[in-house]
Design a protein around this ligand. Sequence first.
Ligand SMILES: *[C@@H]1O[C@H](CO)[C@@H](O)[C@H](O)[C@H]1NC(C)=O
Ligand SMILES: *[C@@H]1O[C@H](CO)[C@@H](O)[C@H](O)[C@H]1NC(C)=O
Length: 412
Amino acid sequence: MSSSSGFQRRRRSPSPAALLGVVLAVAVAVGASTARDDGLGRTPQMGWSSWNHFGCGINEMVIRSTVDALVSTGLANAGYTYVNLDDCWADNQRTEQGLMSVNPKTFPSGIKALADYAHSKGLKLGLYSSAGTRTCSDKMPGSLGHEDIDAKTFASWDADYLKYDNCYRDDSNETVRFPKMSLALSNAGRPIFYSICEWGFMNVATWGGQYGNSWRTTGDINDTWASMLSNIDTNDAYAGYAKPGGWNDPDMLEVGNGGMSYREYVVHFSLWAIAKAPLIIGCDVSSISKETLSILTNSEVIAINQDPIGIQGKKVRKYDDEIEVWAGPLSQQRTAVLLLNRGAAGSRQVTAAWPDIVIGAGVAVEARDVWEDREHETLPGKFTGSLTAEVAPHSCKLFVLTPVAGQAGGAS
Ligand SMILES: *[C@@H]1O[C@H](CO)[C@@H](O)[C@H](O)[C@H]1NC(C)=O
Ligand SMILES: *[C@@H]1O[C@H](CO)[C@@H](O)[C@H](O)[C@H]1NC(C)=O
């Protein structure tokens, strides 16, 4: 058959692939018009924040040594890019000109110098404010009514990220106060990642993506098993709203802060990874233990979080109050599966059944345990229909399932 007759045929009747291309192009265009779409946050943001470990006790030496430690430990290479100052970096009052200014005692060199330092090491610098008259500590002015000037100030210091909290608000609506800062950041002349910290009020997931790169779906996490699970459960309800450019945020990591066991922190990190949550380290990285580092730098777990298709994994099966299966699709027809034992009593057998994790009935997969022995292990053999593993109390197993050669087309 000549190429010209092939061309004729295609002109008369567009191929399914061509039609799919049109559908995808339309879908992308629609997505772009409703998202903040500033090119930031194409995968969940990774970095560090001062709050969970240091609270208000920050100064420029803490931030500089954190920058140094992120580089020397390999965390920067693993993808942790943002170095975020949380509450308490600014002076108590605005200047006479109405500007927010740095606390001169704790940050005598100023924010611009810190940003320059972070940038010189290949990292980025984040700041914090509140959509109210004061920040949550009451030690800083908030940005309500000063959105434009504050966004321009942050940009003039070359800041790369803003976490925007919800303390000391007035009676006005979240759906008004948070978009105001979004617009101010867009007009500030510098790409600034916008992390909305609205605590899940007003169903923020349903509108946050138009304005922010991530939005908190929950109240504050604390360094306990109960708090960690409570936050990820709440966050799970909004899974459908996450996508490249905008992510549900169940709050920052507590891994390494000492309140949970090694296995519980593995569960914490695994759930955050599969749920496409921001991976913002909350411990003191300048005195980080080998064990904590081994969790935070597990490159196969990070790759699940940073997978380019950006679909949030969710709870797909709850067998009883202890046993759950979480799953989500990855690129190249792979699937991430997490088998969770929330119970404290003993080990349990946990089964991921193919219909629950949306794999075609006859599809055989190879299963890679991305935590096994803190190394990594591809299980012997292949699996069809289901995968079962024994899971210790307060523990999980996390697998990446890959259709075996010759069957890749069978995955649904
Ligand atoms: C806030 O705004 C939303 C959407 O515009 C509206 O549905 C809601 O009732 C408002 N809430 C308050 C407390 O004004
Ligand atoms: C930690 O969070 C849990 C669950 O959200 C809550 O019940 C508990 O009171 C919190 N603990 C502290 C010390 O804030």
